[in-house]
Ligand binder design. Sequence first.
Ligand code: PMP
Length: 361
Amino acid sequence: MTSLNDLPLRDNLRGLVPYGAPQLHVPVALNVNENTHPIPEAVAHHIVASLARAVLTVNRYPDREFTELRESLANYLGHGLTAENIWAANGSNEVLQQVLQAFGGPGRTLLGFDPTYSMYSILASGTDTRWVAGERDADYELSADTAAAWVAKTQPDLVFLCSPNNPTGTPLALETIAAVYDATDGIVVVDEAYAEFGGAEAPTALSLLPGRERLVVSRTMSKAFAFAGARVGYLAADPAVTDALRLVRLPYHLSALTQAAATAALDHTAEMLAMVDDIRVQRDRIVTELRDLGYRPYRTGSNFVLFGGVEDPGATFTALLAEGVLIRDIGIPNHLRVSAGTEAETTAFLAAISRLGAPTV
Ligand code: PMP
C-alpha cells in the first residue's frame, strides 16, 4: 500500500496529522463547540425559499463580491462598519487561511499563544508560515505585558489572538489586543468565533478597528448562529485588508447557495441568536456544578468549559462516551473540555460525570 512517505510531499508537511475531532454518532455530542440547538423552523423555511430562488440561477457563477451578504454582515456587526470592511469565506478557517496566504508564507512567522485553537498551526504549515507558540500567564490568562513581550521577542509577521480562547474559554482584555498591535508592524487577527457568548456587555475588538489598519477581527456563523453546516465565516477590517484577500481567494469561492442561505439567516438575527442566552445559562451551570463536584473549571466567555482536576482524561472521556456523551480530550494533562448543550444534553453530561465519583487530583 502506498504511504505518505512514498509521495513527493512538501517537507514541512511530513509527519503532520490532519485536524481530526472524532465525528461519532452519539446521543449527546458536546465535543466541537457547536450550537446544539437546531435553527428555528420558521427561519429554516425562509432560508429554503431563498435557496429555491438561488438554485434557479446556479447555471451562472455567483456574485464574486458577495455584496449582499457583506452588507448583511456589516449591518449585523454595527460599529459603523460597511460592506467594504467585510470579507467572508467558507468558515472562518478559510478566512484565516486566506489571511495567511496574503500575509504569511515562506520566511514569515505567525505568533499565537498556546494552548489555542489547533487549526492555527495547521493553517501555518499549509501556507508554509512558521508557527511560534507563545506562553500564557497563570490560568491561561494573557496580560498586555506578557503578550507584548512575546511579540518583541519573536518579531512575528502575524499574531493570532483568540478571544474567547479555544480551548480555554479565556476572554482577552482589549488592553492586551491594543498592546500587541502597538508592539508589531504585522497583522493582528483577533479570532472572535465565540464572541456572542460573552453577552451584549462583553468588549469586542471591533471597537478597536478605527485607526488600526492592520487589525482584523474574525467571526463565524458556525457557533452562535447555529450555522456550522453551512460554512460561513467572515472578518471585519480596513478595506485595504479585504483588497489584499482578493489577491488570494479563489474566484467565486462563496457559492450562490451559501450566499443565499447566509443572507436569509441574517434577516432573522434575533431568532437565530435566541438560544445564546440559554446556552450561557447551561455553560454557567456546567461551571458551578463541576466546581461543586470538585473539578477546576476555568473562567469562560464562550459556549464551552475547560476543566482541570481530571486524573485520567482518557479514562473519563471513554467512561462518558460509554454513556453516550462525547466531550473533548484536548491533550492538556488532567484537563477536558465540554461544550454547553441544550438543557437536556447538559443535564446528561453532568449526571454522567457525577456518576464517575469525585475527582482525586
Ligand atoms: N476559530 C475558533 C477559535 C474555533 O474554535 C473554530 C471552530 N472550532 C473556528 C475558528 C472555525 O470555525 P468555522 O470554520 O466553522 O467558522
